[in-house]
Write a protein that binds this ligand. Structure first.
Ligand code: SF4
Length: 230
């Protein structure tokens, strides 16, 4: 998610910076090695679940360590944010949507297209933006395949979310760990020859729903998505 922005944490010292860079490199190397041995289309896309589960694990660990994480089911203030995702996450979401009953799939695609037809929200504030079209009754309707950005988003003070404060306090260790996983995974995909940099969620999902060839073309190395600015 691009907004609300995390509150700026303390500047990292040289040792913390070196440790972060090493974490990114470790993720990159392990990911690139895995992808080199699992080159089939489905496997390349499924690889993104590693970073998603890794971030879920960091959130669970922070909670188990007694850290304050105020997020809970039904709290959806952050679901008004613009969400950046990646191509493999988009294809995983499309696979989930394509597996739904026809009427449900049709209704969801219509909702996504209505959202895309709204005027650009690029200049809207967090408080005034319409909610993500995947949000239904304050719950994420694609929870199992939701983007890493949504899994990583958290708040250590929900009153800042309910007041739509311009920045949200976060746990630094969790935020850095998640960022290392995301950056290393993006680099591993780049080493493999595919583009897993950020794309806007709703526009990319709608595009991929309408063009099944995108999946194959992406695995073959084509940059199939425009970044988008919803
Ligand atoms: S994908 Fe789900 S978790 Fe992410 S912003 Fe949309 S409704 Fe919220």
């Amino acid at each position: 998610m691009n907004e609300p922005t995390p509150e700026p944490g303390p500047l990292l010292g040289p040792h913390e910076q070196a440790a972060f860079a090493q974490s990114v490199e470790n993720v990159r190397r392990a990911g690139a090695m895995h992808l080199a041995g699992h080159r089939a289309e489905d496997a390349v896309i499924a690889f993104v679940a590693n970073v998603q589960h890794g971030v879920d694990g960091l959130v669970a660990k922070a909670r188990a360590d007694g850290k304050r994480i105020d997020c809970e089911a039904g709290c959806s203030h952050c679901c008004k944010a613009r969400v950046e995702t990646s191509a493999p996450e988009v294809f995983a979401i499309v696979t989930e949507i394509d597996g739904r009953p026809t009427a449900e799939r049709t209704e969801l695609i219509a909702a996504l297209e209505r959202r895309l037809a709204l005027p650009s929200q690029a200049d809207a504030t967090w408080a005034t933006r319409p909610a993500c079209p995947f949000l239904i009754d304050h719950l994420c309707s694609i929870y199992a395949v939701r983007p890493t950005a949504c899994r990583k988003a958290h708040s250590t003070d929900v009153t800042r979310c309910t007041s739509y404060a311009p920045s949200i306090p976060q746990d630094l260790e969790l935020a850095l760990g998640a960022q290392a996983l995301i950056r290393g995974t993006t680099m591993a995909y780049a080493d493999f020859g595919v583009d897993a940099t950020g794309v806007e969620l709703v526009g990319a999902v709608v595009a991929a729903l309408h063009d099944p060839s995108m999946r194959r073309r992406w695995v073959e190395g084509e940059s199939v998505f425009a970044i988008g600015s919803i």
